[in-house]
Design a protein around this ligand. Structure first.
Ligand SMILES: Cc1ncc(COP(=O)(O)O)c(C=O)c1O
Length: 434
């Protein structure tokens, strides 16, 4: 080809959460039954859609309007409804024009970075959720810039580290946080969120708060939204989605709520560019947008959130019960979201460690992949070939720590317990293998 058409950030587009699937599928063909613990899709893991939500959607299908294109920014009465909901919280107020719908937050994240000036960087957490780290790195052409969440401190960040990074790197235009967090399960309280806001005010940066799991919060302290802490100075965006909290991941429906848009000329112009970009694609999915006011105003919603949070809390407690006795790892009990992250103690993983694999074909296949694999990826390859449990290595979440992410999503309690017991046994055997 006479021109190189490859984007400079092309190598940064890595999504191990899904890439690991092709290895799992190959192992399945070789006769290893796989327990999929790599992806946060509750429906795939057996959660049943609540009948009252199905009824609302079934009813909407009869309305031809739900088959049509909708307004570029999103279905108007849904934006009215959502703006009202934000304003009822009593924090920073928005108008329906401060809401912009996307085809899921995956789409929102892609646009947020695609239309941001290349030299402007966003500082995000490590471990990082790959959609952000890959999109930010691809947009800038450099490795994603991160601040550390510290497992020894319940996965809380060191605010001084964040401030120093911003102070000494003026290419940083904003900070990202995910609350509750994927992959750590950390929940940031009002105090920490306010500290993020203060830093953004001081250094004139934007705050991007991913609230995908806002209502998957079993910390006992309730959900805190960005609107409740951002005040009237800092520019910010909250990213909301119905994928996880209803759950309806296949709806491909998420939206951003923009705060203090008019406080900064550049921010205002940037938000306009996101809307203009959406206009080129016409609009986002109509039917789920139309369903939102009906679902969110149903008296069934809060008991539904409560029931799910109780369920995840119980699972988190059971997982902790099983893993806490395992030497060589540390685990912080998740307080929100769908995931639990296991961190190997520094120096415990060695290159010659292995697990017994009875399926010879699977053993040969996995052993060809070990070369150049990070230490934690080596463990998860052995785990998958030996037990069929498919998890995601922590090194693929922009983390210098060895570990992996597993879900709290298995609906069958016996399978859930067995998976965690098998995992605990495998970690023990792996660490003892040399
Ligand atoms: C933190 C976080 N943000 C965004 C997304 C993307 O969600 P959506 O289904 O709305 O694209 C996910 C999906 O796993 C997520 O975990």
């Amino acid at each position: 080809m006479r021109r190189n058409i490859v984007h400079p950030g092309a190598d940064e587009l890595i999504y191990e959460i899904r890439q690991i699937v092709s290895l799992g599928k190959s192992l399945e063909k070789m006769g290893v039954p796989i327990t999929w613990e790599n992806i946060g899709d509750p429906i795939q893991k057996g959660e049943k859609v609540a009948p009252w939500i199905k009824e609302i959607v079934t009813d909407l299908i009869q309305d031809d309007q739900s088959w049509a294109y909708t307004a570029t920014q999103g279905y108007e009465s849904t934006r009215d409804y959502l703006a009202l909901k934000v304003n009822e919280r009593g924090g920073t107020k928005i108008t329906p024009d401060d809401i912009l719908f996307f085809n899921g937050l995956g789409d929102a994240v892609a646009k947020i970075f695609a239309f941001m000036k290349r030299e402007a960087r966003i500082l995000g957490p490590s471990p990082a959720y790959s959609t952000y780290s890959s999109a930010e790195a691809a947009h800038s052409g450099y490795e994603h810039l991160t601040y550390e969440l510290k497992p020894e401190n319940g996965w809380m960040p060191d605010m001084q580290e964040i401030e120093n990074k911003i102070k000494y790197n003026d290419s940083i235009a904003g900070i990202l946080l995910i609350n509750p967090d994927n992959p750590t399960g950390a929940v940031f309280d009002k105090e920490i969120l306010s500290q993020f806001v203060k830093i953004c005010e001081k250094y004139d940066c934007i705050l991007i708060c991913d609230e995908t799991y806002a209502h998957v919060n079993f910390s006992g302290n309730g959900s805190i939204h960005l609107s409740e802490v951002i005040g009237d100075k800092a520019c910010g965006m909250a990213l909301r989605s119905i994928s996880k909290e209803l759950p309806w991941p296949g709806s491909r429906c998420g939206w951003i709520e923009v705060f203090n848009r008019k406080k900064d000329h550049f921010f205002d112009r940037y938000i306009k560019s996101l809307i203009d970009a959406k206009m080129l694609e016409v609009c986002s999915t109509t039917l789920p947008q139309m369903a939102i006011p009906r679902i969110y105003s149903s008296p069934e919603l809060l008991p539904h959130f409560q029931m799910r949070n109780d369920k995840f809390k119980k699972r988190a407690e059971m997982a902790m019960q099983i893993l806490k006795e395992v030497p060589g790892i540390s685990v912080v009990e998740p307080r929100g979201g769908f995931f639990l992250t296991v961190v190997f103690d520094e120096g415990v993983l060695r290159d010659k460690m292995k697990l017994e694999i009875t399926n010879v074909q699977a053993k040969n296949f996995i052993e060809t992949l070990l070369q150049n694999s990070s230490r934690d990826r080596r463990f998860i390859l052995y785990l998958m070939a030996s037990t069929g449990i498919c998890v995601v290595p922590l090194s693929s979440f922009c983390s210098a720590k060895d570990g992996f992410r597993i879900t709290l999503l298995e609906e069958n309690p016996d399978v859930f317990e067995k998976t965690y017991q098998t995992l605990a046994r495998s970690i023990r055997n792996y660490l003892k293998s040399i």
